[in-house]
Ligand binder design. Structure first.
Ligand code: GLN
Length: 446
């Protein structure tokens, strides 16, 4: 069914980069045959899943939407992909994204444009634009995205689907091509909250292959979907309903709060005083980490190598000049500068210190409240091409999602209304490793 739908609509939506039809069909057939037998079924038995193209899949092309990996066929599966197989779901293809997950609109892909299924003139968001658009267009019910500064939640909001960034450490990053290792998390994108909880259940857990995955218990997320929010204490940061946030967006958040109040929850205004520094902190830290992570793409170990060089140094330079797109180059330059001697203390070290202050803002609120609620983005999706010439307004898109990554806490985006025919997202942020409470609140909006 998924392949049929993809054949029907993906010409218009452009969510998929690579399909794995033959292998997927063979596996689906095996599962069908197993159906007759008395064997226990996996949690996601037979479910078709799309995977963002920065998550490695054995023998299935993994490009990160970059020319530099245009011919890269990994020799192993990411831990999450293995876990999906253990749950007996069927991985059916790879999804478009901003190159190396740097961007907010999927316009930085070296291969194709992905469009917002609600209105094809608009961006789907990014960087997991393919993951959100594929679900919104009904091509697949489940996808995986990655979120470093909002890349799951922002496209989920723009496409009217449910996207969760788990707590840092909840899901293994083994096999996720690193952008900013201290911020990156893989997470589920789905049509509804229940599916989301299923998918998180399947991919969570400590992994010996990833030292930053956390040795904490994985609760039964599905049992959190009780519909009961009585007595729950909600914090609403005034910075999240302040300047730059559209009136309609504010109103839809206030309406959602009313719904929660009617069910017995209470809310109060709070402050995240350091969130105004989050954007600058994020772009310094994430670019610094990216400049180090991306040094492995040198034309020797992976993917593309230039033909236009006659010595080794030129080969490195030319390969990277031809292989990386402009946004990736911009980040590598910014990060290399921020880490360089003489500037390190002023930029990188300072940004690390501010990150701690931002995290402390969250810790303080969570001493007295169960969840934090606000919009996912200040506006609905924008038009394709509207922000491509202005990186700074593009960066400003993530102003409400980035603090969550810096603090390492989990956050979800669920649909909460429309503006001019485009969906809006409600962001629900929880305590470390408390995705359950997020799901409990999110479930109210199903
Ligand atoms: N849009 C942000 C960036 O460009 C976030 C990306 C992400 O979460 N991967 O860095």
């Amino acid at each position: 069914e998924s392949y049929k739908r993809i054949a029907e609509v993906d010409d218009k939506v452009g969510a998929f980069l690579a399909l794995d039809e033959e292998k997927a069909r063979t596996y689906a057939k095996e599962l069908d045959e197993a159906l007759g037998k008395e064997t226990s079924r996996g949690l996601l038995f037979g479910m078709p899943i799309g995977v963002k193209d920065n998550i490695v899949t054995r023998d299935l092309r993994t490009t990160c939407s970059s020319r530099i990996l245009e011919n890269f066929d990994p020799i192993y599966d990411a831990t999450v992909v293995q876990k999906l197989r253990d749950a007996q779901s069927v991985t059916i293809g790879k999804l478009n994204m901003d190159e190396f997950a740097m961007g907010s609109s999927t316009e930085n892909s070296a291969y194709k444009e992905t469009k917002n299924p609600w209105n094809l003139d608009y961006v789907p968001g990014g960087s997991s634009g393919g993951s959100a658009a594929a679900v919104a267009a009904g091509e697949v019910p489940f996808t995986l995205g990655s979120d470093t500064g909002g890349s799951i939640r922002q496209p989920a909001a723009y496409c009217g689907v449910v996207g969760l960034k788990p707590t840092y450490g909840r899901v293994s990053r083994f096999g996720l091509v690193a952008f900013a290792s201290s911020l990156d998390q893989i997470g589920p994108v789905t049509r509804n909250v229940e599916d989301n909880a299923y998918l998180l259940q399947a991919i969570s857990g400590v992994d010996p292959m990833d030292g930053t995955s956390a040795p904490v218990d994985v609760p039964d997320f599905l049992s959190a979907l009780t519909g009961d929010v009585k007595g729950l204490k909600i914090a609403v940061p005034k910075e999240y309903l302040g300047e730059g946030v559209d009136e309609n967006v504010k109103q839809s958040v206030l309406d959602s709060l009313k719904v929660l109040e009617a069910q017995g929850a209470t809310w109060e205004e709070v402050s995240l005083p350091h969130s105004k520094y989050a954007l600058a902190t994020y772009y310094l830290l994430s670019s610094s980490e990216a400049s180090a992570n991306l040094s492995r793409f040198d034309g020797v170990r992976y993917g593309y190598r230039t033909d236009n060089a006659d010595n080794l140094i030129d080969m490195y330079k030319q390969t990277r000049a031809e292989g990386f797109g402009n946004e990736v180059k911009r980040r590598i330059m910014l990060g290399t500068f921020a880490l360089s001697s003489g500037y390190y203390d002023a930029y990188y070290k300072k940004a690390q210190q501010v990150r701690t202050l931002i995290k402390q803002d969250f810790d303080k609120i969570f001493e007295n409240y169960d969840v934090i609620i606000g919009p996912t983005t200040p506006t609905p999706a924008f038009k394709i091409g509207e922000k491509t010439d202005d990186p700074l307004t593009m960066y400003a898109n993530d102003i409400l999602t980035i603090p969550v990554n810096l603090a390492g806490v989990p956050g979800i985006s669920v649909p909460c209304g429309f503006q001019d025919g485009l969906p809006l997202g409600l962001q629900i942020i929880g305590k470390h490793f408390d995705e359950s409470t997020i799901y409990r609140v999110a479930h109210v909006f199903e």
